[in-house]
Design a protein around this ligand. Structure first.
Ligand code: EPU
Length: 438
């Protein structure tokens, strides 16, 4: 099977699909199992490539991993944690950004850690300076080597006071995974408070941690000497749910997403309604549909939670190409997340990107030469094209565009989408899409 998908677009997506646990929580909960003295059980785990990558890394460190994809149950046994061989870890280099989160747990368990060069999506520089500064403040010694970063803890890591310059999701998780077993109290100001982070805190509390989330992005952790395993059901994937909802809107369809939950998607739901989409929150999911008539243009700014997620931006922009008037989108989380619009332009969309901060307040990317604002003028019919998947969410957006376009598109590099969208081709077929693997 080659890495491309033929998409014969123009048919509204219709039907019911399910989403399981959030990619951006499940991988972190898997890392947390390293901190326990006893086995953990994680449920609602989707069969996506990132789960495979983290499983592989855990196994390299001696963790027993058993996954039942049908049931979505992952058993993690950390009784025999050991240092992995650098060459083995290095083989995983470039496949994910999760390895950086192994640092705290490994420093606690083994006194040292090695982190290969990190991968992840090409949506900006994605530095790890906050992570390394946090680890240093806990007392870790950080040594940058040509193939990665070596860290060691000369003595037990010590609780500390840290203020983040930006509420980074990964840095907040780094701090949590390190502080829970450090000696003394840690206080973080400027923390990210995404639902996936709250679910990680719930997991750590089940393991024996003492963590309080105060007002104004302050999190306090009292370090403990021992943590045990956990048993937990992962929260649903609100990014995957919003992606399918955007696909329903862009194709004029009607899709019910089982496993989509309202509290974590409130901001998306408000925006979806403002654009002219309709939704109905049901007992076990949310139905999203295009009611017919014109969609409305909007002004949108991405932000950290509880704002409009950056990961929702790319799929929704495709639907905005079908809205009447000028939509303005200001991306404030990543400096370079509009690369995917080039393919949309090729397909007939009218989208201009700007370096200025448009449609909101000034952000940290203003006056720094980053194309981080976009103006979408619609509605524009989309035509089939030959396109290449640039990154995970941008790739799904390309898929949506191909589904909405007239004719047969060729979407290349499609396996990148397997990183975060479980069985997306089966789901497309279930929704009536005309697709075939090349
Ligand atoms: N940042 C720094 N220095 C750091 C860390 C982050 O400058 O040391 C900057 C980043 O460059 C970025 C901003 O802070 O501009 C936010 O990055 P953050 O650390 O919050 O992102 P992340 O933890 O690397 C996670 C998700 C992303 C999601 C973001 C924001 C995972 C594995 N990834 O990334 O998900 O976009 O939070 O919500 O959890 C995706 O799923 O497609 C994806 C990219």
């Amino acid at each position: 099977m080659t890495d491309l998908l033929y998409v014969n677009g123009g048919t509204p997506l219709q039907g019911t699909i399910s989403v399981r646990g959030a990619k951006n929580f499940v991988s972190k909960a898997m890392v947390a199992s390293l901190l326990g003295e006893s086995p953990s059980v994680l449920r609602n785990v989707p069969q996506i490539r990132d789960v495979g990558v983290v499983s592989g890394l855990l196994e390299l460190h001696g963790v027993g991993v058993k996954y039942d994809p049908e049931a979505g149950v992952l058993d993690l046994d950390p009784s025999d944690v050991e240092a992995a061989h650098v060459a083995d870890i290095d083989a995983h280099a470039g496949s994910s950004r999760i390895p950086i989160l192994f640092c705290g747990p490994l420093l606690h368990r083994l006194g040292e850690a090695f982190i290969p060069d990190l991968g992840g999506c090409r949506i900006g520089d994605r530095p790890i300076d906050y992570h390394l500064e946090i680890l240093r403040q806990f007392g870790a010694v950080v040594d940058k080597r040509p193939n990665g970063i070596h860290l060691r803890a000369p003595r037990r890591l010590q609780g500390t006071k840290i203020s983040l310059p930006y509420p980074s999701v990964g840095a907040t998780e780094q701090l949590l995974l390190t502080a829970v077993r450090a000696e003394g109290i840690t206080e973080l100001t400027g923390a990210a408070t995404e639902p996936e982070i709250m679910d990680l805190i719930a997991v750590l509390q089940k393991m024996g941690a003492i963590i309080s989330v105060d007002t104004d992005r302050v999190i306090k952790i009292e370090g403990v000497d021992r943590l045990d395993g956990y048993s937990h059901t992962a929260l649903g994937d609100r990014i995957e749910a919003a992606s399918w909802a955007s696909a329903a809107l862009a194709t004029g369809g009607d899709v019910t997403i089982k496993g989509a939950t309202q509290p974590e998607m409130m901001t998306f739901l408000n925006t979806f309604r403002k654009v002219g989409g309709q939704f109905d929150v049901q007992e076990d999911g949310i139905r999203f549909w295009h009611p017919g008539g014109d969609l409305r243009s909007i002004v949108l700014e991405t932000d950290v939670h509880p704002g409009f997620m950056t990961d929702w931006q790319q799929p929704l922009v495709v639907a905005l190409t079908q809205a009447t008037g000028l939509s303005i989108v200001h991306e404030t989380v990543y400096e370079n997340r509009f690369g995917f619009t080039e393919a949309l332009r090729q397909m007939g969309a009218t989208i201009q990107v700007y370096k200025e901060c448009l449609g909101g307040g000034a952000c940290r990317f203003g006056a720094r030469n980053f194309h981080h604002s976009a103006v979408v003028s619609g509605p524009t019919p989309l035509e089939a094209a030959d396109i290449e998947v640039p990154d995970l969410r941008g790739g799904f957006s390309h898929l949506i565009a191909a589904l909405a376009a007239k004719g047969t598109s060729t979407v290349r590099g499609i396996s990148l989408i397997d990183r975060g969208y479980e069985a997306f081709q089966d789901k497309l077929v279930a929704l009536g899409a005309d697709v075939a693997r090349g």
